[in-house]
Every structure is written in structure tokens, then in C-alpha cells.
Design a protein around this ligand. Sequence first.
Ligand code: SAM
Length: 317
Amino acid sequence: RTGDVRAEQIPRYIRVNATCWSADEAVKTFISRGFQLSDPFMDKSFAKDEHISDLLLFPPDTQFANDPLYLEGKIIIQDKASCFPAFILLAPHSREGAVVIDATAAPGNKTSHLCALMNNKGKLFAFERDHKRFATLKTMLARARCDNVEPVNADFLTTSPSDAKFAAVSHILLDPSCSGSGIVNRLDHLLESELDNSEGSEERLQKLASFQLLMIRHAMQFPSVERIVYSTCSVHATENEHVVREALKTEECKAGKFRLAPRELVLPTWSRRGLSDELDNPDDAQSLIRCSPGEDATNGFFVSMFVRETHVPEGTD
Ligand code: SAM
């Protein structure tokens, strides 16, 4: 416990790992353990999430870290907001043939979510530059029984987009290092972010924002990429709307190669959108998702998606 009251308003979320279990089997198992399907804030109760398939909500105090289901990889402890990026990148279509990069993968919760949404088929490259965190990533992927993942202990920024190995990459997930300022739940903090939870000076945020923008621009160099999701567990506009705003000003977007995905592709039923005052075009806020700790029963989070322009520009044959 952090002593942060907002953490007590966050249910304990678990994602049923579809690579080896199903939500129906999970529901039956928890009912046989004496839980009932109703309000997750009542004792011995749980609920199904309304936005993310395979996500279950339990009372905040419920412990799963030593549960055999967790140790066997059948369930993943993952905050709801942190399930948005993979879901937005790949759902609702079947993406079995997709070639995906998770550019910043450790400890691997979003990687195993991507793998589940791909039905463990296609190809998923999981980059992690930190050696120790790479070891954790491999352990988590083995536990989650991810067979379509190739873990790569390398810096995504030094990876060549023209390498033939990546020629067919169609989707990229970018969940880069951030201030972690949205994380109010200590367990999730340990699971999600490699940084301490200090708010950080504006100078530090600016440095992070420059790096985050570089990651987006690098992702846009992959020749076949159609969709790029950029997410953070930060509540600061500097790392969120401002990074998106700057990305939209780059050659990659100005030349009409990429644009922000419209709201209908970015979890349209989620009502909290981006901060319009922090963008050059206030309408872009509709394309963005924010989660507010204390208000949304999740940690603080931000998600955006860039999509390749598919129209043929005027004047071309
Ligand atoms: N997506 C992860 C998850 O859901 O479990 C959390 C990712 S964490 C916010 C960011 C990770 O990216 C850290 O493990 C960090 O070491 C790694 N990282 C940062 N910059 C990187 C880079 N340029 N290339 C590869 N990995 C990087």
C-alpha cells in the first residue's frame, strides 16, 4: 500500500491469459472458489470488465501474487488502463497474420497481451534494451506461454527499419520510459514502470518527451507499418499531448504519411479523451485517451494511435 486513497478505488484487475485459458473457464473457477459475479467492491465478488474482453475485476485487496493461477501463467495481474494499448493496436479484428513490434517490452504485460490477441500466431518482436529487465521479460513470456515472440535485447532506436527481418512489420507498440506519474498503486508501479515515482522537474519531463518523440519518429520509418500506438503511464501533458502535437508537426506527418487515428478506432466508448487545450488542433483530443487516477478506477494513463494514410494523394497515377 502506498497510503494513496486513489489506490483503494482501483479494483484488483486480472487479465485471463487467452494463450492457455478462457474467460469462461476463469469465471467458473472463481465461482467454485466461493466468489460471486457481481460488484467488485463487495467482499468475495468479482465482475467482468465492460471495455476489455478477458479482464476481470476483484476487490482491491485481493491477492494473486502467490496464486497458482498466476504462477502457472493462466492469469496476468494488469491494470485496466495498461490493457488499452494492445487492445487498441490489434482488436477487434483477428490479427493472426500480423507482424508486430513491441518496442519497449519489459516486464512484458503488454507483450503477452499482444500475443494473446494474435492467438499466439504471426510474429511478435519484443525489444528491451536493459539487460536485467530483458531477463524478467523472458521469464514472464515463458510463464505466459507466448510462442510467437522473439525477444530482442537491443535498443529499438538503433534497430534498422530497412532490415529485411522487419520488412513486413505492420503494427508497433511504443510504451516507452516515462515519469510514471500516473501510477498510484504500488504493485502496478513495480510491474509497469522502471522509474521511481517522483514527479520530476520540467527539465526531466522535457528530456523524456524528446526521447518519446524520437521513438515515434523511428517507428514511422518501418516501411510496412500501418498502426503505431504510443502510450505512457504519465499524467503530464508534456509526455502526452505535447509529444503527439510535436509528432504531428514532423515530416512523417506533414508529408501525409501518418495521421492520428480517429476516435472510432481508439476505444470510442471510453469517455475521458485528451486535453484539447494542450494541442494545436483541439479536435485531435477526441483521438486520444486519458485515464485519471481517482476518477476512472485505473492508474493514470495516456494512449494515442497513429495510422498510415491510405489515400492516394491528388495528382498521382
Ligand atoms: N510495456 C511494458 C509492459 O507493459 O510490461 C512496460 C514498458 S516500461 C514503461 C519501458 C521499458 O522500455 C523499460 O523496460 C525500458 O528499459 C525499455 N526501454 C526504454 N528505452 C528503450 C529503447 N530505446 N529500446 C528498447 N527498450 C527500451
